[in-house]
Ligand binder design. Sequence first.
Ligand SMILES: Nc1nc2c(c(=O)[nH]1)N[C@H]1C(S)=C(S)[C@@H](COP(=O)(O)O)O[C@H]1N2
Ligand SMILES: [Mo]
Length: 490
Amino acid sequence: MVLGEVAASLLSPSVSPVTAVGGAVIDAVPPGVKDWAISLFGTADKVALVAGIVLAIAGLAALSGVVELRRRFAGVAVIAVFGAVGVVAVLGRPEVTAVAIPIPLLVAAVGIGLLRWLIRRLAEWQADAGAVAAPARRRFLQALGGTAAVAALGAVLASTLRGAAAVVSEVRSKLVLPAPASPAPVIPAGAELGLDGIGPLVTPNKDFYRIDTALRVPVVDPGPWTLRVTGLVEQDVELDFAALLAKPLIERHVTIACVSNEVGGDLIGNARWLGWPVRELLALAVPQPGADMVLSRSADGWTAGTPLEVLMDNRDALLAVGMNGEPLPLEHGFPARLIVPGLYGYVSATKWVTELKVTRFADDVGYWTPRGWSDRGPIKTSSRIDVPRANRSVPAGTVAFGGVAWSQHTGIGKVELRVNRGAWQQAQLAPGISKDTWYQWNLALPLSPGQYEVQVRATDLNGVPQVEDRAPVVPDGATGYHTVRVDVKS
Ligand SMILES: Nc1nc2c(c(=O)[nH]1)N[C@H]1C(S)=C(S)[C@@H](COP(=O)(O)O)O[C@H]1N2
Ligand SMILES: [Mo]
């Protein structure tokens, strides 16, 4: 296993048998299990999966030792089957490369060699059992300890060696993005309330939520990278990174959100994205009549189905290369991704994007649709109380409430608060950067000592209030009022 990880560090994350098997598990498990894992482990779901795989492999290793001791080649067979599973998993990965195929076999061969060697030492010890000095016992324990030490060293090596990722990180850090032909509109004065505890209006890259199915961040070299526009188009278009950077790029603030964001959750963030409008790229390819969807595909095979009209209208859906003034971070889709105002990420925000297939909802589906999620995913109007934090006690007197509200591509008209299900009271709404971003709000309420339940509700610029009834995140996003309990102390 460690050998596989060292190879992955040097060559590409996708050659790791553990990553390949894990990826296959992610794609194959029934949606219910995956939702359960995400609700249990949250964004630590990947760590949990890898820990599970490591435990399963440790179990298999122990099993192979026990059966090999009883019967020659029984343990060898266990490892061989494991190697075969690794090859099948690697072959099934969309980012499969020729170098990845022999690696599970090599890993299995080394595993088998080690098993036979250790079993021979163990057999010598068993034969030697009566002897007082028991040198065979020492030899076995030395072999076992030595193997473990080499493995531990290898694991350290694998985690520090970041060959492929380091090369691409280096390319990324040297990259100078062109200045936008159309810069982002100036942030209006007062948009940032500066209230202690509200997240910043523009989320720094390091704090930006990350959601994807990739067990390890795909490493995509912008040199050979291309984006192809295919499918129901008058002509296929292929674009490389240099050509993309040479286009007149525009910069826009857009708040993206995950459909798995619970009411009050933090799977949402606002960034300044630099990119080329997707409609201009699609215009070069000329979509054919009848097409109504664009299936975007990433280097790791993930797909999203986005309504064609949303990519063609004037909302500035972007093929983005920059995030808050720097190239996209590797985990946010370097070298290029889609950013579509108004749609949840799972139907729009393809990272490491390599293909746009113009197609029809009747003919194609994105990754999450057969897994229980809706094929359409407009972001639902919602709002969040950031301060005071839920279940916190605050001193009596004037209590400052504040948070964010969003209704991408419509904009927020008002935000209201109510205490203990009383009358709604209008909060002060800060100006938004644009209707595609979230807005901050605040309201100071005089509260005497006691327990309070405070709820927030946003209404969009068309006068439509957010939905009160609670809905789970599946299949197309949560609804309901964010409710916090505040304990006011004398
Ligand atoms: N290649 C790829 N792109 C992806 C995903 C993915 O799993 N793979 N997940 C999507 C989802 S569900 C969301 S919410 C956004 C999150 O983008 P972020 O990680 O940059 O915040 O990315 C989208 N793009
Ligand atoms: Mo998401």
